[in-house]
Design a protein around this ligand. Structure first.
Ligand code: KG4
Ligand code: ZN
Length: 346
């Protein structure tokens, strides 16, 4: 069904949106048609630039976005095979994220919207992560439980409908990815820590050390800071312990909690599926255990590809399409907001 937005534009299956993402350390642009059909998607990662510092350096991130954003947008358009005059609207992440990094994308998106005389759509990065799975499986049915686990966020969200989200729980301290990164750095396994621990854990025994499973109460909140401290204390006391055993035991402790709470949330909300999102969703044990748990509970476990779990602009364009339908264009006076929140319902 088509929704009228203004005299010139009707939002439907043929509406072509250019998405732009620069909130953290990926510079990305994509063209998505009708909210679901990814026509092109280009991601330029800065991971190598930040590796020597063991984390994202905001100033380096902004400069790198400035260097590559124009070529990334140009490549997304060329790879799509469509003329830029065919683009109907520009969607761009306006938050949450690093202010300098966000500003690069937002300035470019607004300039293009003005130059091409098309609507600008400011997109919440977290809302876009919620939409990422639907790009790979448009048949996913609400209500969904989404476990969003990245370097900056750990949250369980009930997606009841487009634009209707309930926050079930979130981390009260470190994000899951942050815990992976900090433990990997402590074990000298390299950066980013998640993939390094995932790999090291393959050679270790997950039952070697019984690390604590925090907040295994009735809440859907998470805490990973105590676990990180336990790992450090254990290694200091047992300097000869195998890093692989520590990595495997730590990973098992994180994944046990993530999976148990996601399953409980799906049961409580009557969700048809549990969907993963965010960089930690690439974790091999998490993927295996979510699928196993969902099979036991008789619901669907949906694991988007790694490219769709991590930051990309296709999800920005998709969320932008839904926002354009529901709210219309975003005024150009709306700027980058580093701590932008999702409008959750109670
Ligand atoms: O979503 P993302 O690419 O960026 C943001 O944080 O926004 O997530 C990055 C996080 C990092 O903390 C990284 O260590 C973690 O995702 N990660 C993983 C794995 N791959 C990436 N964590 C656990 N296992 C993995 N295989
Ligand atoms: Zn993200």
């Amino acid at each position: 069904m088509a929704a009228p937005v203004n005299d010139d534009l009707t939002i439907d299956e043929s509406t072509l949106i250019l998405g732009i993402e620069t909130s953290c350390d990926e510079t990305a642009a994509a063209l998505v048609m009708g909210g679901y059909d990814v026509v092109s998607s280009v991601v330029s990662t800065q991971v190598d630039l930040h590796a020597e510092f063991g984390g994202v350096v905001p100033e380096i991130a902004s400069r790198a976005h400035l260097d590559v954003l124009n070529p990334v947008i140009a490549r997304a358009i060329v790879e799509s095979g469509v003329e830029d005059s065919r683009i109907d609207a520009i969607a761009c992440t306006v938050g949450p994220g690093l202010i300098g990094a966000l500003l690069v994308g937002v300035s470019a998106a607004k300039s293009l919207a003005l130059a091409w005389d098309v609507p600008f759509i400011g997109v919440n990065h977290m809302e876009a992560h919620l939409y990422a799975a639907s790009l790979e499986d448009p048949t996913l049915e609400f209500p969904l439980v989404v476990l969003l686990v990245s370097g900056g966020h750990t949250m369980l969200v009930e997606m009841q409908d487009h634009g209707r989200y309930r926050l079930l729980g979130q981390t009260i301290d470190d994000a899951a990815g942050e815990a992976f990164d900090k433990v990997a750095r402590f074990l000298d396994l390299g950066y980013p820590g998640g993939p390094a621990i995932d790999e090291a854990a393959l050679l270790g025994d997950p039952d070697a050390i019984k690390f604590p499973r925090a907040l295994m109460d009735n809440s859907y909140n998470f805490s990973f800071s105590g676990l990180k401290t336990s790992v450090m204390n254990y290694v200091r006391k047992h300097p000869d312990v195998s890093s692989a055993d520590v990595a495997a035991s730590f990973q098992a402790a994180v994944v046990d909690v993530l999976v148990a709470k996601s399953r409980a949330a799906a049961k409580a909300t009557g969700a048809t599926s549990i969907v993963l999102g965010g960089g930690v969703a690439a974790n091999s044990l998490l993927r295996e255990e979510i699928l196993e748990g969902c099979a036991q509970d008789g619901i669907q476990g949906f694991l988007p590809s790694r490219a769709m779990c991590t930051d990309n602009a296709a999800m920005i364009a998709a969320a932008g399409w839904h926002r354009l339908r529901s709210d219309g264009p975003t005024p150009l006076s709306v700027g980058a907001t580093p701590n932008l929140k999702l409008p959750f319902i109670d």
